[in-house]
Design a protein. Structure first.
Ligand SMILES: Nc1nc2c(c(=O)[nH]1)N[C@H]1C(S)=C(S)[C@@H](COP(=O)(O)O)O[C@H]1N2
Ligand SMILES: [Mo]
Length: 511
């Protein structure tokens, strides 16, 4: 005889939702002990980030600011709830479809943890515990809701409301306590006090003083130094890595004469140098915001590489971050004394902010961040291009990422009064130097702008000028020429694979 018993849709949906909540809660609990990023929820969200194009990561970070990761988590939560509702719908009669779907979701969680390089095998316990919890809760609740059958084939009722309420609340509360415990245990080791304990990092060789006309902030340009809290931020880390100095070390290995490992104290007690370097992102569209300037404090990377002894034939310095992100730089750029690649410990007079790579990161003038600026760096492997492929490379980005000479208009930003109008902005050509900036109004002749004082070839320069405009709509364009004699091309190309080109053009109305 066919078994006609089934759960009502609300019962089935509740069964699936509670199973989901239990799975995530238990997964988060276990992750608190085996590695925070092993939490199935966090791991799947990270997996989504790792499979998003660079431009999307950059866009989300800029547009949603610190909310980007919250939005991602909410989006993922919505998908999971829909998944649970579907699971319930398919499992009203038999639990098997639901069990299979939970198994599949669990497999996705296991895979997402497995591919993380910052976690050991033990981390797999978290998603495995989550699937087991999900399956147990789902199967038990399914049975709980199924109407009883009596020996005379008469069907009884399902559980009464009171029992349902007690069961539901117990499962949800248990999952909540588990998740909170995991959250507490997993994030207890915060790096903020370790950063505070570093104290003052003192430069043995200071950067040259900045002349008063290094920016034209009074005309609408950014300040010469970007305050650290305003410094653009781009990374794939869902959870900002919390690395304490005492747990950190930098290992240089691969094609070297002798492998070396430095502790934080080894490095901070060396004579530290200061360098002003403007960092920018390959995903910056023409006129975009992913560019900032800071005073970096650290060690000449070249010195460390020489201590290890780079072997002939080495092509790539393959850097790994504590969160598994990787980055490949030409060895010759890292070794070139004229370029001045750094291992930075400090930024704008303080130890690196945690989100900018504390305890240590790489900074290399003239290369986009994705091929140079590894934050939370723990390993430098000297190797060939053949041997290792960095994070963004197998996602369509170019191997070499020299910064392209570019300029941006910052003012006017809105409507102005007709007559004399100030136009200002920034230009950059790190490691080459900006030679000239020109602007053009309404297809008129190019006219030179006033440049700010040059402090080094590695930093942006500000520019400003004044134009006379009649009432009506106008358009202003800017172009920079660098010290190699190259003038920015008008040809517009997108950011993929190695940086956008084209002239920034702004329209404004004059009254
Ligand atoms: N560990 C790690 N380092 C990283 C990245 C990352 O995703 N992970 N992104 C890189 C990119 S693409 C850029 S542009 C710079 C941005 O550095 P910032 O966030 O300090 O501005 O960091 C680089 N270093
Ligand atoms: Mo970037």
């Amino acid at each position: 005889m066919d078994d006609e018993r089934k759960l009502t849709y609300p019962q089935a949906a509740l069964t699936s939702l509670l199973a989901l909540v239990a799975a995530l809660g238990v997964g988060h609990l276990v992750a608190g002990f085996v590695g925070y990023t092993a939490s199935p929820f966090v791991a799947v969200a990270n997996f989504v980030i790792d499979h998003s194009p660079h431009a999307v990561v950059a866009w989300a970070e800029q547009t949603l600011q610190t909310w980007d990761k919250v939005v991602l988590k909410l989006g993922l939560a919505v998908v999971l709830v829909l998944f649970a509702l579907l699971t319930g719908w398919l499992s009203q009669r038999k639990p098997l479809p639901g069990q299979v779907l939970i198994g599949l979701l669990g497999a996705a969680g296991v895979a997402a943890v497995y591919v993380r390089t910052d976690l050991g095998q033990i981390a797999l316990l978290a998603p495995v515990a989550a699937v087991v919890a999900g399956l147990v809760v789902f199967t038990r609740l399914h049975l709980f809701f199924l109407p009883r059958v009596f020996f005379d084939d008469r069907e009884g009722d399902g559980p009464d409301r009171r029992k349902v309420l007690i069961t539901g609340v117990s499962v949800a509360a248990g999952a909540g306590v588990a998740a909170l415990t995991g959250q507490f245990v997993g994030t207890r080791k915060n790096a903020e006090d370790s950063r505070a304990a570093v104290g003052r990092l003192v430069a043995a060789r200071t950067a040259p003083p900045i002349p008063p006309d290094a920016d034209f902030a009074k005309f609408g340009t950014p300040p010469f130094f970007t305050p650290s809290r305003d410094f653009y931020r781009i990374d794939t880390a869902l959870v900002v890595p919390q690395v304490r100095t005492e747990d950190w070390s930098l290992r240089i290995h691969g094609m070297v004469d002798r492998e070396v490992t430095y502790s934080y104290d080894d490095l901070r007690s060396r004579p530290l140098i200061e360098r002003d370097v403007t960092l920018c992102c390959v995903s910056n569209e023409v006129g975009g915001p992913y560019i900032s300037n800071a005073r970096w404090l650290g060690i000449d990377l070249r010195d460390l590489l020489i201590e290890a002894g780079v072997k002939p034939g080495a092509e790539q310095m393959f850097a790994t971050s504590v969160d598994g992100w990787t980055c490949g730089t030409p060895v010759e750029a890292a070794l070139d004394p004229a370029r001045g690649a750094m291992l930075a410990l400090g930024m704008n007079g303080e130890p690196l902010p945690i989100e900018h790579g504390f305890p240590a990161r790489i900074v290399i003038p003239g290369l986009y961040g994705y091929v140079s600026a590894t934050k939370w760096v723990t390993e430098l492997e000297i190797t060939t291009w053949q041997e290792r492929e960095a994070y963004w490379l197998n996602r369509g980005w170019g191997r070499e990422g020299p910064v392209k000479t570019q300029s941006r208009i910052d003012a006017p930003g809105s409507a102005v009064n007709a007559g004399k109008v100030v136009v200002s902005g920034i230009a950059w050509a790190q490691h080459t130097g900006v030679a000239k900036v020109e602007i053009r109004v309404d297809q008129g002749p190019w006219q030179a702008a006033v440049l700010s004082a040059e402090t080094s070839k590695d930093t942006w320069r500000m520019w400003w000028t004044e134009v006379d405009v009649a009432p009506g709509q106008h358009q202003v364009a800017v172009r920079a020429t660098d010290q190699s004699g190259y003038t920015q091309t008008e040809e517009r190309v997108g950011t993929v694979p190695d940086g956008a080109t084209g002239l920034h053009t702004v329209s404004f109305g004059a009254r």
